[in-house]
Design a protein around this ligand. Structure first.
Ligand code: AMP
Ligand code: MG
Length: 340
């Protein structure tokens, strides 16, 4: 049975509420320190900041910064740089320098990891991921795919243009970039400890007041339970998962991450990938790309580049972790087994 927009949105919101619940794992661990949590709906998700109450100014500045980035980078907000670029009919479009820089970074990361292809927006629209999702005709998928390709994007200082009907979408990188910018604001305010959760892009600054590490939860796929926890300070933890946004048709689940080789939702045998590293933008891109590439190719990439640590949750109920996480990972569910 085809699921309509209502069901899709319900799932989307359920996923967000789980992410917010995850924050409760991040108890600041002290009766004496008061905290504040501020949240904003931006970049198609909830962006949440938790800081000690004395640092409320930093949280306010972060919310303002996230709103400003949303105004530039949103794919669906009329008047944003990305919206104007996508609907410019191939014309050169003036954009903010910050948007130009992020598009250039996205191009570089696409060269490193072709699975991260931010030119697939036409396909996301065809699959209805921004409206009412359903499986399109194969011919329409092939036709939309022929319009995609990052080679159709030209970026200069303060302008960009798209040829051949391509449309871009920074949904797999913008939250990570925003989290990077937010972490800079925390540091500039001298904040000692803080937790950010921008739709699955988590940043942990410092430790609990007791000196103990915060625990970051990885969700058990398609449930509201926690599968495993990770520890480690001053790091980004970014998860891409098939259960985050999906619809079901003909008894099959279709997720929102599209394989640029096929034009269909990625199916690489993974429920989720969590990437851990010091660069939020990179972590966001890596988690999306790894989800498409699958565990084996991603592990080869990590062994070659040493750019991050990662946790792969496989559809066979296995969990694979990279060596650097061995002492920082705890599996909480007996339904899943740690694999070598
Ligand atoms: P994330 O949640 O960071 O994994 O990003 C997923 C979002 O990025 C989707 O909701 C789309 O907006 C967009 N997207 C889908 N497929 C791709 C892809 N292959 N490369 C880059 N962005 C993608
Ligand atoms: Mg991503």
């Amino acid at each position: 049975m085809k699921k309509g927009r209502g069901v899709f949105m319900k799932r989307l919101l359920a996923a967000f509420s789980v992410l917010l619940l995850l924050l409760s794992l991040f108890s600041f661990g002290s009766c004496s320190e008061q905290t504040v949590t501020k949240s904003v709906f931006a970049m198609n998700t909830y962006c949440t900041v938790t800081v000690p109450a004395k640092n409320a100014d930093a949280a306010d500045e972060i919310i303002r910064r996230v709103n400003a980035l949303e105004a530039l980078l949103s794919v669906s907000r009329e008047g944003s740089d990305i919206y104007r670029l996508n609907y410019s009919d191939g014309e050169q479009t003036p954009i903010d320098n910050e948007t130009a820089l992020l598009l250039k970074r996205a191009l570089e990361l696409n060269s490193l990891l072709p699975a991260f292809d931010f030119s697939l927006f036409r396909l996301s629209l065809l699959w209805g991921f921004f409206d009412t999702p359903s499986v399109p005709d194969d011919a329409d998928i092939k036709s939309a795919l022929s319009h995609c390709g990052t080679d159709k994007l030209t970026v200069g200082d303060g302008f960009a243009s798209l040829s051949g009907g391509a449309m871009v979408d920074l949904g797999a990188i913008a939250k990570g970039y925003a989290a990077d910018e937010a972490s800079k604001i925390l540091l500039s305010h001298g904040v000692e400890r803080a937790l950010l959760n921008f739709g699955g892009n988590v940043f942990v600054l410092g430790t609990k007041q007791s000196g103990a590490d915060y625990k970051v939860g990885i969700k058990k796929p398609y449930t509201e339970e926690i599968l495993a926890t990770l520890t480690g300070k001053d790091l980004f933890y970014v998860t891409s998962g098939s259960y985050e946004r999906y619809f079901t048709e003909g008894g099959k689940n279709y997720c929102h991450i599209i394989d640029p080789k096929t034009g269909y939702p990625a199916e690489s045998g993974l429920y989720s990938v969590t990437v851990v590293c010091e660069d939020g933008t990179l972590a966001d891109v890596l988690s999306t790309a790894f989800f498409i590439m699958g565990a084996e190719a991603s592990l080869d990439f990590i062994n070659e580049t040493h750019l991050c640590e990662a946790v792969f949750v496989t559809c066979g109920n296995g969990v694979i972790i990279t060596d650097g996480l061995k002492d920082r990972f705890t599996l909480l569910s007996s339904d899943y087994a740690l694999k070598d």
